[in-house]
Design a protein around this ligand. Structure first.
Ligand code: FES
Length: 322
């Protein structure tokens, strides 16, 4: 232990004393482990296990594994990481105590330089493979950091690709009710409506279509170029609102308008479902229909434009407005 020394200073002068030197080595700088090399190995194995477990967790999350696998891999990874840190701190760090008598706060420049040199030396004494362990810890932490970013990527779900541009309606698809009944041309009275689907996508959110009967006979033409789309007084529009995707399920027979209950957009069914009120930015897409030889209603094709909110439409001249 360093000697206590009284400061030597004249009144009004900076206090100086010949500082006590800290020993560069001593029992307090010994690590607690009886076998430091073995302890280093334990820490390395734990960090390695945490690294592999973090990576396994990332892989499990990416492949949508079940919750047991996710919990197991993340639990093992965190436990191994924590164990490694704790073991390192307990067995491979200098034990101390680091106490010294401190008669004065003032030190000379030489003392400060010695202290810095001692401090640097001590760092090398306790653990010879500190750099290796630090790199391993950094690698495990880096894998954890990457895995933490997975929810931002994996949870977005699969890429929709072209699925948002098409529905299950095809040429010849029979108009089918939610009960699986094919719609015959005699089924609806004038003013009647029913929700229909293609037979292979009954209940499908993208395919849901509202079928209306406007007149008893004749084609209903809503736009130039749609002369054959509304046979025998029938019209069919996508039921998915072009504002935010709510189902447009209310029909006002007197005004012949479809109403979206979410934000009160109104669509004129005789005018190609053009929005006459509310926030909907474009008409509901119309499904072209025909009546087959047995009198059943069928689709001429899929919708000719994407249904629902106009995610695909970005600026430019707004051709959807009249
Ligand atoms: S979702 Fe239809 S008006 Fe908003």
């Amino acid at each position: 232990m360093p000697e206590d020394r009284e400061p030597t200073a004249a009144p009004g002068q900076a206090v100086r004393h010949e500082g006590a030197r800290l020993p560069a080595r001593g029992p307090q700088f010994e690590v607690a482990a009886r076998n430091p090399r073995r302890a280093e190995g334990v820490v390395a194995v734990a960090f390695g296990a945490s690294l592999l477990s973090f990576a396994a967790f990332g892989g499990a999350y990416w492949t949508n594994a079940d919750n047991f696998v996710l919990g197991l891999t993340l639990g093992v990874a965190l436990a191994a990481f924590g164990f490694a840190l704790t073991y390192w701190g307990k067995y491979l760090m200098p034990r101390g105590p680091f106490e010294e008598s401190r008669p004065m706060m003032a030190t000379t420049r030489a003392e400060r330089e010695e202290m810095v040199a001692d401090f640097a030396l001590r760092g090398k004494v306790a653990v010879e493979r500190r750099g290796f362990l630090a790199k391993l810890m950094a690698a495990a932490g880096a894998v954890l950091g990457i895995v933490v970013a997975f929810p931002l990527i994996r949870s977005l779900g699969p890429k929709p690709d072209q699925s948002l541009y098409h529905t299950k309606w095809r040429k010849g698809s029979r108009l089918t009710t939610i009960d699986g009944q094919f719609v015959h041309v005699d089924d609806l009275d004038v003013g009647g409506i029913v929700t229909v689907f293609p037979p292979d996508d009954i209940g499908g959110a993208f395919s849901q279509t509202i079928l209306l009967r406007i007149t008893q006979t004749g084609n209903v033409v809503t736009e130039p170029g749609r002369e054959t789309w509304g046979p025998d007084g029938y019209l069919a529009y996508s039921k998915v609102c072009t504002h935010a995707g709510c189902p447009v399920g209310l029909y006002e027979k007197l005004t012949q308008q479809l109403l979206c209950p979410c934000h009160q957009s109104l669509f004129n069914v005789l005018d190609g479902a053009f929005p006459v009120f509310g926030p909907a930015p474009r008409p509901l897409p119309q499904l072209p229909l025909y009546v087959d030889g047995e009198g059943y209603l069928r689709a001429q094709s899929d919708y000719l434009e994407p249904i629902g909110p106009g995610f695909w439409y970005r600026g430019g001249s707004n051709v959807m407005y009249k």
